[in-house]
Design a protein around this ligand. Sequence first.
Ligand SMILES: [Zn+2]
Ligand SMILES: [Zn+2]
Length: 307
Amino acid sequence: MSTSKNNNPKCCICSKFIKKVPGVPKHIKSDEDAAEFSTIFDCPIIVVDMLGPYYANLNDAAIMKEIIDSPDGICNLLEPGDVFVVDRGFRDVQAHLEDKGYQVLMPALKGKRNQLMTTESNASRYVTKIRWVVEAVHGMLKQKYHLLDQKFDNKMLPRVGSFYRIASFLHNQYNKRLSSDAEYFDEIVEMMESRNNTDNTLAEEFVKDQTNVLKAQVQSRHIGRKVYRCFIEYKPDTIGWSGILRYCCECANGLRTIGCCSHVAAIIFYLAHARYLAKIPRPAEILNSLFNKDNITTVIDEDSEED
Ligand SMILES: [Zn+2]
Ligand SMILES: [Zn+2]
C-alpha cells in the first residue's frame, strides 16, 4: 500500500479514563491512587482499544508515546496521514506523532492570555465537535458498568484491564453509535465553514450606545471572583438562529464565531427558550439542597420527572 498519500485518513480520538484504586503500590506518586486507562476510538465511533492500567504519575502524553511506540500495538492499524484528535493533555506528544507522519488536532492553548484569538477558538471548536464522543462513551461505560465507576477492590487489579476491554466490547456490540445533529448535519457543516474566517467584529466595537445589543454578566463557574461581560446583538421579533446577529464575551472562548461560548449560549437559551417553560431543568439540582436543613424530609415533587 502506498503511504505517500492518504486519501481516506482514519480518525483516532484518544482520551484517558481515570479509575480510583485504593492502596496501589507506594512508588506510584500521585495525590489520588489512580490507575489510568487510555481509550482509542475510531470513526465510525467504535472503541478500538482500551489500554492500561498505567501508573498515575504518567501523563497523557507519556502514556500515548508508550502506546504509539509499541511495535505490536495500534500503530499497525494506522498509516501516515491518519488523524489524532486529542485534548490539551497530549500536547507533549504532538511533535512525536507528527514526526511519525500523523496529523494532530488539538484545542488551542490559552497559556497566560485571557482569551484565545477568534481563529484559535474556532479551530478548537472543530476539535471538540468531533471529540465529545470519547467523553460521552466514558460516561456511558461508567453508568452501565458500575464496577468501572466504583472504587475497586485492589485484589481485582490484575484483571482490571480485561474488565475494561470486555465493557468496551459490549459497548461496541450493543450500543447505538453516537452521532450529533444528524437532522441538521449539512446545515451545521455549511454554517461552520462559512463562519470559519469571520472576525468577531462586535468585540472590536464600543457597544455602549447601540440598540438591540444585549449586555449581560455571567459569573464564572470555576473562578469565584470572575464575572464575564457578554454582548449579544439580535434582530427583534425573529424566529430561529438567524435572529442572533453577533455576540462576544470576555471569557477564553468569547471571541469564537463558529458557535459561541457557554455564557452566550446560556443567555440565549434562557431568554429565547427556557423562561417560557413551566419548569427549567437544572442539572444536578439535588446537590444544591443537600445540606439545607429545611429540605431534609424528602417529598417527591409533583412536577418531578425523575419518579
Ligand atoms: Zn499500613
Ligand atoms: Zn463566555
